[in-house]
Each structure stands twice: as structure tokens, then as C-alpha cells.
Design a binder for this molecule. Structure first.
Ligand code: F0G
Length: 462
């Protein structure tokens, strides 16, 4: 029977949830134009839309909030955060920003010129968005195993380094502005990247003279998976592995809302006191605020300094990734196809396999999420074709490599009973899977459209 390590914490404060009726949910989803981002959170019972900024802070973090130094310049809380970062990552320059995409905004224009490309195992959607805002183009080259949800390959987030070399040759090194390793690889299912693979990518980047950036949003889970799954790593501490993961990159962006276990925050880091660092600083001041707070309150920096350490605790990581693993195992037992093995922060249900009658341009994963919300008030999101913006030149809808419905697990937030309810509800939706229809977009922005697009059922009624 599936099980996971009991949580290494207990509950001290609770947030009541509202249970809704089927009729209320049908009205709510229609009112939100069939976009799950349009729902009011009060109309959601279990919110698995994201693990970002939705985790529970510890008593120590809340206590530290009271110690926040809100000085505009030179805040004590800033120096505390800098000390913690230096200790964990072994680098010299860290800049607080308000969240991960702000890090992208102040770093990428220093690396990318119009007409260039950025190559990554897989760019997250905001990352791809910021690459495009620089006039550059994101190119993904994750290993082929990632595209086969039933393959049990342990490092499905790995970069296809042979392909990376081909791409550099094909475009020419001057055309490649940066190489990004996303850990864990969110869009491939929260899948980890091995240390060996990271080092190989770093060697290729160094040889070609191309800056290497780590998108570190879920670096702690990635380190845990390296310890668990990579040969020769079992006896090392998580902290040793983290130092090694960051040993060869030139810069990193970090959304602290995931593995930093805070509700808001981010970092951009540059290894050396270089021209790149000066460029980042020049963009931080007008966009995020003065250097010693970068869009964060002093209390936010206090909470982050503690959250970073708690997020690297091995027992916590075992229990947290255990929840994901438990959910995947239970779903697979019910015959619901998922990306396997379990990744870090979410389960990714293979909607293409579950709803083969819905073609990619009618968004099968979106349809699955809508149906699960109607069934049980559980909110997930599409990580498939709906998430991909149309080609800016042709206007054509790209087809995603995988049609995943993603159900995230916020950190330290839900219990096993909540997870069991998710399994039972998805099993009910599976019973009527063959009767589900697709959705078409009736209104959308050109970039990052999935947040606000309006949809309507296509050839079926609700
Ligand atoms: N990089 C990755 C890999 C991410 O998953 C995210 C956000 C970001 C960058 C941007 O960070 O939200 O702090 O600006 N991912 C969230 C998600 C939103 O739901 O997966 P942000």
C-alpha cells in the first residue's frame, strides 16, 4: 500500500475551507469563462493550482517577521538574507527581487539580444515570456525520456546535451545568448536534473563561451532527488549537493515562493563581481527598488532567510516529495496515467492518454481540470497546449510535447486525507472521461494568454 513519511511538523494554526455545491461550482466556472485562474479562491476546496507562494510558513518564520528591519537602505534583514545565501550557495552576489519573474526581468536583458536564442532543458512559461520580451526565442532540449510519461527514467529533467551541442553548431555560438538549466524541470513534470548532466551542460557552455544560468525555483527538491536517485550521491548531505549544483553556473534566478517557503520573494544571483552584476543592479533600482530590499519588505527577507534553511531540511524534503509520490502511486493504482516517476512539487496527469478524443487545439488538460473542479472543487491547471502562446509570426497554435493537467502540492499545507479525496475525485472523472469535450479560446492576450484567456465549450454543453 502506498504511504509516505509522516510530516516532520504539526499544525499550529488552521485556515478554514469552504465546501461548495456542484451547482455553485458550475456557476463559478462559467462565470470565470472556463479559466481556472478566473475562479475566486473561496469557490475552491483544495487549491492545487500552484505550489508557488501557497505553502505554510513555520512558527519561526512568523516570529522572524516581527524582527524585520524596514530601513530603506542597509536593512539588517537584508544582511541576514545575504549571509544565509552566501552560506548555502557559496556565491558572492545576491539580489533580492519580488519574485522569480522579476529576477528574469533584471537578468535576461543583460544576456540576450534581439534575434538570439536561449536554450534550456525546458523554459518555464514566464521564463519563455521574458526571453521573448528581449526579442529572443526560447528553444527547449529536454531528454526524450521526458516525453514518455510511462518511462521510469529517474532524471527526466535532464538536458539532451548532444542536441544542445547540435543547436549551438546549427545557430552558431554568437546566436546563443544563454543556456538555462531549470531545476527541477517544472514543465516536464517537476522532474529532476542529475548532477552529472548539469556538469556536462556546464562544460559545453564553458567551451562555447555561453553564459550558464540556473532557474533554481525548486533546487532543494532537485538536490534531494540527486541524493535519492543518482549513483554515488546517497551519502552526501543536501547542502553539499546544492553547492555542487551551483558550482559551475554564471548566474541564477530564484522564485523563493517555492523552495524558499515564503508567500512572496525572489533572488537573482551572479557568481562574481562582474559587468553582469553591474547590469543587473542597473535594472533593479528602477524596476524593483533600492538594492538592499529589491521589492521586498524587511520582514519578507527575514522569513526567506529562515525558509531557505527549512526548505533544505532532509526530513522535510523526504516527507514533501513523499506526498507527491503517494499521490502518483494512488492515481496509477486507479488507472489514471501520470508522468512517472513522481516529480517534486506536483502530479502531472497525462490528459492526452486519458482524453484521446480531445485534440491538442481543444486543450484536453484544460478540459480535465475543469471537470475535476466541477466534480470536487479541486483546482489544477493545464501545462499543455493551452499554456503555449500562438506563434507570433504565423498565429498558429503550437502543439505541446505533452498534455499535462498539473495538480500541485503546496508545502506543509494539505494532509493525506486531502490527497485521498483528490484520488477519489479524479477516479470519478475518469469514469466519464470518454464523454468529455474540448474548449476553444474566444478571447486572449498575445503573451502568457493562459492566465486571462476566455474559453467556451466546443461541441458540447455544460
Ligand atoms: N521558473 C520556474 C521553473 C517556475 O516554476 C516559476 C513559477 C518561475 C520561474 C517564475 O517565478 O512565479 O515567482 O515569478 N512557477 C509557478 C508555477 C508560477 O505555478 O509553476 P514567479
Amino acid at each position: 500500500m502506498a504511504t509516505y513519511m509522516p510530516e516532520p511538523y504539526r499544525i499550529k494554526m488552521v485556515e478554514p475551507l469552504r465546501v461548495t455545491t456542484k451547482e455553485e461550482r458550475d456557476t463559478a466556472i462559467r462565470r470565470s469563462h472556463f479559466n481556472l485562474f478566473g475562479l475566486k479562491s473561496d469557490d475552491v476546496y483544495i487549491d492545487m493550482l500552484t505550489d508557488s507562494g501557497t505553502g505554510a510558513m513555520s512558527d519561526r518564520q512568523w516570529a522572524a517577521i516581527m524582527l524585520g528591519d524596514e530601513s530603506y537602505a542597509g536593512s539588517r534583514s537584508y544582511y541576514k538574507l545575504m549571509d544565509t545565501c552566501g552560506d548555502l550557495f557559496g556565491w558572492s552576489y545576491f539580489q533580492p527581487v519580488h519574485q522569480g519573474r522579476a529576477a528574469e526581468k533584471v537578468l535576461f536583458p543583460n544576456l540576450l539580444k534581439p534575434g538570439q536564442i536561449s536554450i534550456s532543458n525546458m523554459h518555464f512559461d514566464t521564463t519563455a515570456g521574458h526571453v521573448m520580451l528581449c526579442g529572443a526565442r526560447p528553444v527547449n532540449c529536454v531528454v526524450a525520456e521526458a516525453l514518455d510519461p510511462s518511462s521510469l527514467y529517474p532524471f527526466k529533467g535532464n538536458t539532451d546535451n548532444a542536441r544542445l551541442k547540435e543547436l549551438i553548431d546549427q545557430y552558431g555560438r554568437d546566436k546563443v545568448g544563454m543556456i538555462v538549466i531549470t531545476v527541477t524541470c517544472n514543465s516536464a513534470g517537476g522532474q529532476p536534473v542529475s548532477l552529472a548532466n548539469m556538469k556536462e551542460t556546464a562544460a559545453i557552455a564553458r567551451q562555447a563561451g555561453i553564459p550558464l544560468v540556473i532557474d533554481a525555483a525548486r533546487f532543494a527538491e532537485n538536490a534531494f532527488f540527486i541524493k535519492e536517485r543518482e549513483e554515488g550521491q546517497a551519502d552526501r548531505t543536501i547542502r553539499e549537493i546544492v553547492l555542487d549544483m551551483f558550482a559551475e553556473a554564471d548566474a541564477f534566478t530564484f522564485s523563493a515562493k517555492k523552495d524558499g517557503i515564503v508567500n512572496m520573494g525572489g533572488l537573482v544571483a551572479v557568481r562574481d563581481d562582474s559587468e553582469l552584476m553591474a547590469g543587473v543592479r542597473r535594472l533593479v533600482v528602477p524596476n524593483e527598488g533600492f538594492l538592499s530590499y529589491g521589492g521586498l519588505a524587511g520582514r519578507d527577507m527575514e522569513a526567506l532567510a529562515i525558509g531557505l534553511v527549512e526548505g533544505l531540511d532532509e526530513s522535510f524534503l523526504r516527507s514533501y516529495t513523499g506526498q507527491t509520490c503517494y499521490l502518483v502511486d494512488r492515481l496509477v493504482e486507479e488507472g489514471i496515467p501520470c508522468q512517472q516517476p513522481a516529480g517534486g512539487h506536483a502530479v502531472f496527469v497525462d490528459a492526452r492518454q486519458l482524453l484521446p478524443q480531445i485534440l491538442y487545439d481543444l486543450f484536453p488538460a484544460q478540459s480535465l481540470c475543469i471537470e475535476l473542479y466541477r466534480e470536487a472543487g479541486i483546482r489544477g491547471c493545464d501545462v499543455g497546449s493551452f499554456m503555449l502562446d500562438p506563434d507570433p509570426e504565423t498565429g498558429e497554435q503550437p502543439q505541446a510535447a505533452m498534455e499535462f493537467a498539473r495538480f500541485c502540492i503546496p508545502r506543509r499545507t494539505y494532509t493525506q486525507a486531502h490527497l485521498d479525496y483528490v484520488v477519489a475525485s479524479l477516479a470519478k472523472v475518469k469514469e466519464r472521461a470518454s464523454s468529455l469535450g474540448g474548449y476553444r479560446i474566444v478571447r486572449a492576450e498575445k503573451i502568457l494568454r493562459h492566465f486571462t484567456a476566455r474559453l467556451e465549450p466546443w461541441s458540447h454543453t455544460l
